[in-house]
Design a protein. Structure first.
Length: 452
C-alpha cells in the first residue's frame, strides 16, 4: 500500500531533527547488517496475554493502576477498535508474526502443552516480520512467550530472531517456569537455560539489556508478556508447580483478583522501565513502541462493556487495548477508531523500516503508518475471524457473528455490547457478509501456495 509519509522528513524526525543521512528503501535481498545505520527507527512491540478491554487505566479500569501504559496513550495514539486475530493465544501470534490470516499457516487453535498438538508448530517456511527486519539490518530479539511450537525445530531462533529468552508453551509458573505439562520451560535460543526470577521481571530485564546492547544499530524488540494469563501469581506468591513434580499452592477466590491486579501492574512497571531506557539512551524520537493484548480477558479480568470473554468471537474475545507511541511521528493524545487487526503490524513494521517483504509474499494486513503519522483512514476492507465453530465478519459498523447454526448481525457503532440482533431487519446485509465470508474461507484454505 502507498502512503504519503515523506520518508526524508520521516528519517529526519526519527533522528531527532538533526541532519541525517537519508537511506533509500532497503531491498532485503541486497542490504545486510553492515549497511544499516542508526537512523532507521527502532521497533518495540509489547504484547500482554489475556488482557481485556477494561483491564487498564486508559481503557477505564478503576481497579488496576497502569500509569506507564496510560502515559504512552496520552503521549501517542490509543486504538478503540483494535482486535487480535483470534480469541486465543497461538493463532493471534501466528498472524502477528506472519502478517497474514493464521488460517493460511494452519495455526487455527491453541498449541497445547499436553496432547498431540505439543508436537506441532508454525512451519519454518512461513516468513516472519523478524526475518524481514533481520535481512534489512535490524537486530531482532524476543523475550517472553513464543507459543508457536514446543519442539526445538520450531524455536524462534529459527524464525528470524537473533536472540530469544523465554518460554515456548502457553504459560509457565511465574516462579518455577514449569509448563502446564510439568516440563521446565525457560530457554535461551534453542537450549533450556534455567534462570531464577519472576517471569514478568525477567522479560523486562532482558528487554532492557537488549536495548542497551543494540542502541547503536536499528533493533526490533518483541516482548510478549505472560501477564495476566494464569497461573495467578504475584511476585511474592509461592510457586504453583514444583520442579519435583509436586503441586504448590494455587490462588483461589479473592486471591485471584488480587494477584491479577498485581500481575498487570508489574507488567506496567516493566513497560515504564523499557520506555525509560529508550529515553535515557536518547532513542525516544526514533523508536516506535506498540502495546497490545493477544486476546480478551477471561472471567477473572474485565472486557469493559463488551460481551463475551477469551475464546469467543463476541467483541470481548478479541477487541483489546492497543496503544502506539512515537514522539515526533504520532501526535500526542490521538484516539483512532480505525478497525485494526494484529496482523497489520507486519506491514507497518516493514514500512517503518523501509523493508520490502519478499516478492510473492502476499500480506493480508494493512500498513498502519498513515493512520499513525497522519490520522488517515485505511482503505475500506472486510475483516474475518474464525475459531472452532465460530466465525465473525466485520465491514464498517456491521458485524456478522456465526456460532454454529445461530447467525446474528450487530451494528457496533450503535450497539458495542452486541445486545440487539438485527439479522431479521437487515437480511440483505446478512447475505452480503455471508457471501464475503464464504469467499474468504475458500481463499484462505487455498492459501498455502502463496507462501514465499
Ligand atoms: Ca492469550
Amino acid at each position: 500500500m502507498k502512503h504519503k509519509v515523506n520518508r526524508r522528513e520521516f528519517i529526519k524526525y526519527a533522528a531527532g531533527g538533526a541532519a541525517a543521512v537519508v537511506i533509500p528503501n532497503c531491498s532485503c535481498s541486497v542490504v545486510g547488517r553492515a549497511k544499516a545505520t542508526v537512523e532507521r527507527p527502532n521497533i518495540i512491540v509489547i504484547m500482554a496475554d489475556d488482557l481485556g478491554y477494561g483491564d487498564i487505566g486508559c481503557y477505564g479500569s478503576k481497579k488496576i493502576q497502569t500509569p506507564n501504559i496510560d502515559a504512552l496513550a496520552r503521549g501517542g495514539m490509543k486504538f478503540t477498535d483494535y482486535h487480535s486475530n483470534c480469541p486465543v493465544c497461538s493463532p493471534t501470534r501466528a498472524a502477528l508474526l506472519t502478517g497474514r490470516y493464521q488460517q493460511r499457516c494452519g495455526i487455527e487453535g491453541v498449541i497445547y502443552a499436553k496432547g498431540p498438538t505439543r508436537q506441532t508448530g508454525m512451519a519454518l517456511e512461513e516468513i516472519t516480520f523478524a526475518e524481514v527486519l533481520k535481512k534489512c539490518g535490524y537486530a531482532t530479539g524476543i523475550f517472553g512467550k513464543w507459543h508457536l511450537g514446543y519442539n526445538v525445530e520450531f524455536n524462534p531462533a529459527k524464525q528470524g530472531f537473533d536472540e530469544f529468552i523465554g518460554y515456548v508453551s502457553g504459560n509457565v509458573d511465574y516462579h518455577s517456569h514449569i509448563d502446564g505439562a510439568g516440563f521446565e520451560d525457560w530457554w535461551k535460543n534453542c537450549k533450556k537455560v534455567p534462570e531464577e526470577g519472576y517471569c514478568t521481571d525477567l522479560i523486562t530485564k532482558h528487554g532492557i539489556d537488549f536495548i542497551e546492547r543494540h542502541k547503536d544499530e536499528p533493533f526490533c524488540l518483541y516482548l510478549p508478556h505472560e501477564a495476566p494469563h494464569s497461573p495467578y501469581q504475584g511476585r511474592e506468591d509461592p510457586p504453583g508447580r514444583l520442579s519435583s513434580g509436586g503441586k504448590g499452592r494455587k490462588a483461589k477466590g479473592d486471591e485471584i483478583s488480587r494477584a491479577y491486579k498485581e500481575m498487570v501492574e508489574v507488567m506496567d512497571e516493566g513497560i515504564g522501565r523499557i520506555v525509560e531506557t529508550v529515553r535515557r539512551l536518547g532513542l525516544e524520537r526514533r523508536t516506535f513502541i506498540f502495546f497490545c493484548s493477544d486476546n480478551g480477558a477471561t472471567k477473572n479480568g474485565s472486557n469493559g462493556t463488551l460481551s463475551g470473554f477469551k475464546g469467543s468471537l463476541w467483541e470481548g474475545g478479541h477487541r483489546v487495548p492497543a496503544v502506539a507511541y512515537w514522539p515526533g511521528m504520532i501526535k500526542a493524545g490521538t484516539i483512532t477508531d480505525e478497525t485494526v487487526l494484529g496482523m497489520d503490524l507486519f506491514a507497518t513494521m516493514a514500512s517503518i523500516a523501509g523493508a520490502k517483504p519478499p516478492a510473492g509474499l502476499n500480506l493480508d494486513g494493512a500498513d498502519l503508518l498513515p493512520v499513525l503519522a497522519e490520522s488517515r483512514k485505511l482503505p475500506k476492507r472486510t475483516l474475518f475471524w474464525r475459531y472452532r465453530k465460530e466465525k465473525a465478519v466485520r465491514k464498517g459498523p456491521w458485524k456478522l457473528l456465526v456460532q454454529g447454526d445461530k447467525v446474528r448481525l450487530f451494528n457496533l457503532e450503535e450497539d458495542l455490547g452486541e445486545k440487539e440482533n438485527l439479522a431479521n431487519k437487515r437480511p440483505d446485509m446478512v447475505k452480503q457478509l455471508e457471501d464475503e465470508l464464504a469467499a474468504w474461507e475458500r481463499e484462505v484454505s487455498a492459501g498455502v501456495e502463496l507462501r514465499a
